[in-house]
Design a protein around this ligand. Structure first.
Ligand code: NAP
Length: 271
């Protein structure tokens, strides 16, 4: 599958989405393991506050194509990056009753289209580097979500953006792993971060950002394409994936009965 990353010592790693949550925790863990880090996100102060000595801070809005192009060039020329970890993402709950096109486009741009823009610059860079006989491990890890497995409630914008990301990772893996460039997809369950602080329900099998970062680093040390955690939750989500549609929808409607009845009431009263 992928060539496992055995040692992070001196490996050039670009974490995109490093200012908080999972990305920030990853930055701390990889700094500890001796990686040469380049960190990106919009909030420079938040990345400075991580206090990672020697890290190159490259503020960036992934939705801005010009900024992305400049950052990719800087990463290729100054930082000699070997591994890119694409973490940047946003989450807003959207159901049909609260449909806002702006939310949908913002999530699609940030979570999915941004990586397409970046690949325009990263692919030629990786393909060139893969011909270098003295190269380090090369790789791209894409943080998607179990929300991309199947349709979930209030995930009108988030779910499809993550499903697209996971599919993209699969297609990339098919081609790039043959050329010595690892491609991993990461499917976390619930992780306690600023993004999930808005959830108004009890998140099952919730883990900390540090635990998530640890699982990602562990997964990159293995050859498997998919890194998913915590297993007690992701295994259950995988089972749902294999259910026939009729059963899946019936199960979800039943589990979320009260909430759906309320949503139906709201949409009826709006009509
Ligand atoms: N937390 C969970 O339960 C969970 C579960 C599954 C998947 N995930 C995924 O894990 C990733 C990290 O999420 P998190 O939970 O750690 O949330 P978070 O703490 O909100 O972190 C999101 C990161 O993405 C960056 N980002 C957002 N929009 C950006 C933009 N336009 N340009 C550049 N950077 C941007 C943020 O930095 P700035 O705001 O400084 O730009 C921040 O560093 C996301 O892709 C999320 O979908 C999270």
């Amino acid at each position: 599958m992928n060539t496992p990353i055995q040692s992070w010592q001196d490996l050039g790693v670009w974490i995109v989405g490093a200012s908080s949550g999972i990305g920030a925790a990853l930055a701390k863990e990889l700094a500890h393991l001796g990686a040469r880090l380049t960190l990106s996100a919009r909030r420079l102060e938040a990345m400075q506050a991580l206090g990672i000595e020697g890290a190159l801070l490259l503020p960036l809005d992934v939705c801005d194509q010009r900024q992305l192009e400049q950052a990719c060039k800087a990463v290729a020329m100054q930082a000699q990056v070997d591994v890119v970890i694409w973490v940047a993402g946003i989450y807003r709950p959207v159901s049909t009753a609260q449909y806002q096109l702006g939310d949908m486009l913002e999530m699609t741009n940030t979570n999915y289209l941004s990586l397409l823009y970046a690949l325009e610059h990263l692919l030629p860079y990786f393909l060139q580097r893969s011909k270098d006989p003295g190269k380090h491990s090369l790789g791209l890890a894409i943080v998607s979500s179990v929300a991309g497995y199947r349709g979930l409630p209030k995930a009108l914008g988030y779910g499809p953006s993550k499903a697209a990301l996971s599919h993209l990772a699969e297609v990339l893996h098919l081609e790039l792993s043959q050329q010595g460039i690892g491609v991993w997809v990461v499917h976390p369950g619930f992780v306690e971060t600023p993004a999930t602080a808005i959830n108004d329900f009890k998140m099952p099998a919730l883990i900390s950002a540090q635990q998530a970062a640890h699982e990602i680093v562990r997964g990159l040390g293995r050859s498997a394409f998919e890194i998913h955690f915590p297993l007690r939750f992701t295994r259950f989500m995988k089972c749902l994936r294999w259910l026939p549609d009729r059963l899946y929808f019936a199960l979800l409607r039943r589990a979320l009965g009260a909430e759906y009845a309320q949503a139906k009431q709201i949409s009826n009263s709006k009509a």
